[in-house]
Ligand binder design. Structure first.
Ligand code: SF4
Length: 332
């Protein structure tokens, strides 16, 4: 399928299976003159979303540090010397008190992350109670707990979990440069288990890890060619952390980042494309360009798991200047 056909297909609501993308078609769109790329992305965006609404989610680390995985970007890995202190799983009541505060501040989705390779049986009871508690508050729930087998995914679904985050991080080609303790195929297996259990998928990656442009394109092609597009596609800009293997990584050029957002929007027209980690290093103008390119979801709050995030006042000011409103929670 060529790039023009994709624009037309994307402007119509997608029915049934998603179209398959080739790397060549995706690359051709990524490489368009910048104004053409943004025009296409914005056209697709308007056909599928209110262009002046952005979804607000809040993320809490419910179990920090001491992770046995060796993700090269992560301060929580026990393989790196980032100086982060490991903590135990938070108590359910504390998590729910934080969720209530987030709701009062306008967040509609509550995301909870644990630094695990995969959840242990002994932790499942608390995790289930957290999901049930967040649902009772009338918020959507999302968790990221590492790899899941089908049985674990089904238990989380029964508890009422709406979304599960599990990122593919980068292209299959570049993956082993970043993580060696689990494979790209392991990632796809967990995504299949989440999807098969009926939980909505949140899956994206990180750019600025020294990858090539082709890796960014390939990562998005993998996501766009999943049996169903992820409901949410977080695109993170690496925050280099001292003591991690990527602590000295060169920052990605901002225009390349915006191109990545635009391509995600065009290839996955109905997904929430989330500007995730890295917003503290972006100017207001860069964030505005990302919203124009089709990003329509952000994390709010001062921290993202362990990384910095712009404070709520700064986001409120930016939204006011751009005429952007928070997206309402749509319950099905
Ligand atoms: S990214 Fe997740 S899985 Fe990887 S080291 Fe960090 S906490 Fe562990």
């Amino acid at each position: 399928m060529n790039a023009d056909l994709h624009l037309n297909a994307a402007a119509e609501p997608l029915k049934g299976a998603s179209p398959q993308w080739s790397r060549e078609d995706a690359q051709a769109i990524y490489d368009l003159p910048f104004n053409d790329l943004l025009f296409r992305a914005q056209t697709v965006h308007r056909a599928n979303f209110d262009p002046n609404r952005v979804q607000l989610s809040r993320l809490l680390s419910i179990k920090t540090g001491g992770c046995p995985e060796d993700c090269g970007y992560c301060s929580q890995s026990s393989h790196h010397e980032s100086g982060l202190k490991a903590s135990k799983l938070m108590e359910v009541q504390r998590v729910l008190a934080e969720a209530k505060k987030a709701k009062d501040a306008g967040a509609t989705r509550y995301c909870m992350g644990a630094a695990w390779r995969s959840p242990k049986e002994r932790d499942m009871e608390a995790v289930v109670a957290m999901i049930e508690g967040v649902k009772e508050l009338g918020m959507e729930s999302c968790m990221t707990l590492g790899m899941l087998d089908l049985g674990q995914a089904q238990r989380l679904k029964e508890a009422g979990l709406d979304y599960y985050n599990h990122n593919i991080d980068t292209s299959e080609r570049y993956y082993n440069e970043i993580i060696t303790t689990r494979s790209f195929a392991d990632r796809l297996d967990t995504l299949a288990n989440v999807r098969d259990s009926g939980i909505k998928v949140c899956c994206g990656g990180i750019v600025g890890m020294g990858e090539e442009k082709a890796d960014r394109v390939d990562m998005l092609v993998t996501l766009a060619n999943l049996p169903e597009h992820p409901d949410s596609v977080p695109i993170n800009m690496l925050i280099p952390i001292e003591g991690t293997p990527l602590g000295e990584a060169e920052p990605i050029e901002p225009i390349e980042f915006v191109r990545t957002i635009a391509l995600a929007r065009i290839m996955m027209p109905k997904s929430h494309v989330r500007l995730s980690a890295g917003r503290t290093a972006m100017s207001d103008e860069m964030q505005a360009l990302c919203f124009f390119a089709g990003a329509n979801s952000i994390f709010v709050g001062d921290t993202l798991l362990t990384a910095e995030n712009p404070g709520e006042d700064k986001d409120t000011m930016l939204f006011r200047r751009l005429g952007i409103q928070p997206m309402e929670l749509v319950t099905e």
